[in-house]
Design a protein around this ligand. Structure first.
Ligand code: GDP
Length: 457
């Protein structure tokens, strides 16, 4: 289990916090010799998240003269096995000189620190909360161990360091603590969809058709940049017999005014770039009478490099010649030309007749879900262990590259961090083997994914 250690001067409420997290059945394993005599271990359950909590108890009895030195010694010893340290201060007392002293040596430690301002029930701790920012550990979690307040905030603060399911036992691989905190993905939230493509692919026609009868426009059009507008509307999902919210990013309509074709051509890429900034899913619209052209691939690659979910819709299907040959040709060219994904969704549509338009939305909601998916660390590492035994990493110069552990650091796009040693020597082919495995075995086929390698420092 991941280990969380409680650090703080006497009387800030460390024991109350310990008991609050461990609950009634105190699971003490307090029989280690030596310096660990001063520590209490317990099995914590914080809103379902499991970890070992360690209390650096016993300081209350130390001689105040020697307190700082002894605390420092003990803290340093106890930080060694910890995944994250909970630095507790008393929000009502504010930040004391001893707190500052502890903060100084915690700052030099490699263990991530979560600052907890205890005794903050009601608004009693407000002054101390402001002080606490100055300690340099970010926003403090306002907490009341006594009253059990702030549990959800503490959960959110600890979660990135503990990795969700708590089932893995790879405690030597520090989970990544990077990036902003992620909100839980809500599949019914507003789908941010951009439609991009070369001039005359039919973007305006498509948008007008989408917004036509049977669809409910819910907001005024709002300019989001000089070159694009956002249209909020509700798509009627017949399969569910209900409306689903969509924000459509439209660059085409704006461009109509320019009407200088060769300039429009150049601007298609720039427009796509703008739209991508606002979109979760990008639909690249092709023209069936022209097929997949070089610039289309350029736009598609850019969408994937920016980490967005991509779909391709071939428009003007109503006037396509040799539809099945065309479709297969485009499929093959995409598989060839877009190494970043496999099987990007490819749809045949007609903005004029309305054919296939509902499939665009259905597929867009689906691919957004895949793009937002989080694989539990345990399942991820089960796959990882299998992949390594099926095809062990190479041993350049007779020394084997060690791959230990993988974790999904982020979603949207799905981003993975792999830990191990000698990773700088991992051949690109092996890295591709792992990426393909993640795609195929864990359901990320059609969305761009990222894999970062990290050796413990
Ligand atoms: P945009 O530049 O991508 O916005 O393209 P427009 O929406 O202005 O469409 C360019 C031309 O293609 C117009 O003449 C449309 O009538 C035509 N068009 C658009 N969609 C279709 C379609 O599904 N079928 C056919 N046959 N023509 C279409």
């Amino acid at each position: 289990l991941p280990q969380v250690i409680i650090i703080g001067r006497p009387n800030v409420g460390k024991s109350t916090l310990f008991n609050r997290l461990v609950g009634k059945k105190l699971a003490l394993v307090d029989d280690q010799p030596g310096v660990t005599r001063d520590r209490r271990f317990g099995d914590a359950d914080l809103l379902g998240m499991k970890f070992t909590i360690v209390d650096t108890a016993g300081w209350e009895d130390l001689d105040p003269e020697t307190l700082p030195g002894r605390m420092r010694q003990q803290t340093e010893a106890s930080l060694i096995g910890a995944d994250v340290a909970l630095f507790v201060i008393d929000a009502r007392a504010g930040v004391t000189p001893l707190d500052e002293e502890i903060a100084r040596y915690l700052r030099s430690s490699r263990v991530p620190i979560v600052l907890l301002a205890n005794k903050a029930e009601g608004r009693a701790g407000d002054p101390g909360l402001y002080d606490a920012f100055a300690l340099g550990f970010g926003e403090p979690v306002a907490f009341s161990a006594e009253h059990g307040q702030g549990l959800a905030d503490l959960f959110e603060a600890l979660r990135p360091h503990i990795e969700g399911d708590g089932k893995d036992d790879h405690d030597d691989a520090a989970p990544p603590a990077e990036g902003e905190e992620e909100e839980e993905f809500d599949p019914e939230s507003v789908l941010k969809l951009a439609i991009v493509g070369r001039p005359n692919a039919g973007k305006s026609t498509l948008i007008n058709k989408l917004l036509g009868e049977n669809r409910l426009l819910t907001g005024p059009e709002a300019g989001i940049t000089r070159d694009s507008i956002a249209i909020d509307w509700q798509w009627f999902d017949a399969a569910r017999d209900g409306y689903r919210p969509v924000r459509l990013i439209d660059t085409a309509g704006m461009r109509k005014k320019a009407q200088i074709t060769e300039k429009l051509e150049k601007m298609a890429v720039a427009d796509a770039r703008h739209a991508i900034d606002f979109a979760e899913v990008v639909v690249l619209l092709l023209d069936a009478t022209r097929g997949l052209e070089h610039q289309d691939l350029k736009i598609a690659s850019m969408v994937l490099e920016e980490g967005r979910a991509l779909m391709i819709a071939v428009n003007k299907w109503d006037i396509a010649e040799d539809p099945s040959g065309l479709f297969n040709g485009i499929r093959a060219a995409l598989d060839d030309g877009l190494a970043q994904v496999r099987g990007v969704p490819l749809l045949a549509v007609s903005a004029r007749t309305g054919k296939g338009l509902d499939q665009i939305l259905t597929a867009a909601f689906d691919i957004r879900a895949a793009w937002s998916k989080r694989v539990p660390t345990s399942a991820l590492n089960r796959w990882f262990d299998d992949a390594l035994s099926a095809n062990p990493p190479p041993a350049p110069g007779g020394k084997r590259i060690k791959l230990r552990y993988i974790t999904q650091a982020r979603t949207r796009p799905p981003s993975f961090v792999m830990f191990g040693t000698r990773l700088d020597q991992l051949p690109e082919s092996y890295r591709r083997y792992l990426i393909n495995g993640i795609r195929r075995e864990l359901g990320f086929d059609a969305v761009p994914i990222r894999l970062t390698l990290r050796s413990p420092t």
